[in-house]
Design a protein around this ligand. Structure first.
Ligand code: P70
Length: 416
């Protein structure tokens, strides 16, 4: 077998199929941007040249995954693909119980409904849009307990996704542990610029939550990127594989939910929560053995889990982002440091420093980039942060970012 070169940004696959894309000129794109109200979410995808809006559902699948689609068992109940996926969730995330959902936000909806009582507080390492809205709809209040460094685009702290234990403990003292059903930890933290937490921080937060009898849940969307960053940056973990680290990370949590990018799931070691979620999924999503998903998609997801932890796949993904970040920086473009795991986040506050936040610097920059180049990014600033549901006041986040997201491409490695 040919030796695989590890830790490179070079693609460990070849491309079998091409999809034509439209090449447009600036006047065409100016018109398209105007019609979209300068909101890149409202552009027609066919008017986009390079789509860096998201890595959600836009990733290329491997031949192994495509082959899996043909193995779809579309039985209403007990599909064999459901069991294949459950097996891989147990094997790679180490969680015994599993409920499929049609997307990550469906999992967030159910976990919020099950765990949160009106008047509760949910501390987390910076908000995510869909996560927070479901916590609020369940009557909870999200409280940001991420370290201060995360709100500073220029700060190069290697683990800007860390929770500040002092902020968390202060909240526990203020509202009481009984009002905190769980601490919600995400990694890497999307809104902070794809920033990971460290294993040391996770251990500390786990000990703290245990001390007060509070549960710890993990938004494990892109958790392999977090595991990879730990392997690359944290002392003592350099010899562990991403697969080992993913399992070790999950061992500290009571449960996880995942946006498997247009599919999703809940996995937990808590039997009671599992049983409630399994009953609830039937109401909102579909029977517990498909949760709104086609059998073939569960098979593709099961195979994707095997592939996502392969060293050359994860290193290519993160290193391509890094490569792009270095290129942009060499042109003097301000961006969030360290580079994220799934995206480069441009710092619109610095980029368009003449614009006050009320004039939507990130939204303006995203639209201008599209008009200039046909590349579509995503606003992650004032518009995304929305309004406070109680006061109706606009929220003013410290970060005004444009995300250039890298869709993930995978390849099967036939031998380990
Ligand atoms: C993105 C996508 C989804 C996501 C996530 C984290 C850390 C939960 C979810 C929800 C899609 C997206 C969603 C809302 C606004 C813009 C884009 N992230 N947690 O592009 O999962 O989309 O499957 O319901 O990143 O970052 P889902």
């Amino acid at each position: 077998m040919a030796k695989i070169i590890k830790h490179s940004w070079a693609e460990p696959y070849k491309i079998k199929m091409v999809e034509p894309i439209k090449v447009t000129d600036r006047p065409y794109r100016e018109k398209a941007a105007k019609e979209a109200g300068y909101n890149t979410f409202l552009l027609k995808s066919e008017d986009v040249y390079i789509d860096l809006l998201t890595d959600s559902g836009t990733n290329a699948m491997s031949d192994y995954q495509w082959a899996g689609l043909m193995m779809g068992d579309e039985a209403y109940a007990g599909s064999k693909n459901f069991y294949a996926l459950w097996d891989n969730v147990k094997k790679y995330y180490g969680m015994p119980y599993f409920v499929p959902t049609h997307q990550g936000r469906a999992a967030e909806h159910m976990i919020s409904k099950i765990m949160i009582k009106p008047g509760d507080y949910i501390p987390g390492n910076m908000y995510f849009t869909t996560t927070r809205v479901h916590q609020e709809l369940a009557g909870g209040t999200f409280v940001d307990v991420i370290i201060d460094e995360a709100h500073d685009a220029k700060n190069t702290h290697p683990f800007k996704g860390n929770i500040d234990p002092n902020k968390l403990e202060a909240l526990i003292h203020k509202v009481g542990a009984k009002k905190i059903p769980y601490v919600c930890m995400a990694g890497p933290v999307n809104m902070a610029g794809g920033q990971p937490f460290s294993m040391a921080n996770l251990k500390e937060i786990s000990a703290l939550t245990k001390k007060y009898g509070i549960k710890l849940w993990f938004d494990a969307t892109r958790a392999t990127e977090n595991a990879y960053f730990i392997q690359q940056k944290e002392k003592g973990y350099e010899k562990k594989t991403v697969a080992q680290l993913l399992k070790e990370i999950c061992s500290y949590f009571d449960g996880i939910w995942v946006s498997a990018k247009k599919d999703g799931f809940i996995a937990t070691r808590n039997k009671k929560v599992f049983e409630e979620a399994r009953n609830m999924v039937v109401i909102y999503e579909g029977l517990h053995s498909y949760g709104g998903l086609a059998g073939r998609d569960m098979e593709a997801m099961a195979r994707g889990i095997e592939e996502m932890v392969k060293p050359e796949n994860i290193s290519m993904r993160v290193k391509q982002v890094e490569y792009c970040g270095k290129q942009l920086e060499s042109y003097g473009i301000p961006l969030v440091k360290p580079y994220g795991g799934h995206a480069i986040f441009l710092d619109a506050k610095q980029f368009l420093s003449h614009l006050k936040q009320d004039l939507f610097p990130a939204q303006s920059l995203a639209s201008e980039i599209y008009e200039d180049s046909g590349v579509r990014g995503m606003e992650r600033g004032l518009v995304s942060s929305g309004r406070d549901p109680k006061t109706g006041e606009q929220r003013y986040p410290k970060l005004e970012l444009v995300r250039l997201t890298f869709p993930r491409s995978l390849r099967q490695e036939k031998e380990n």
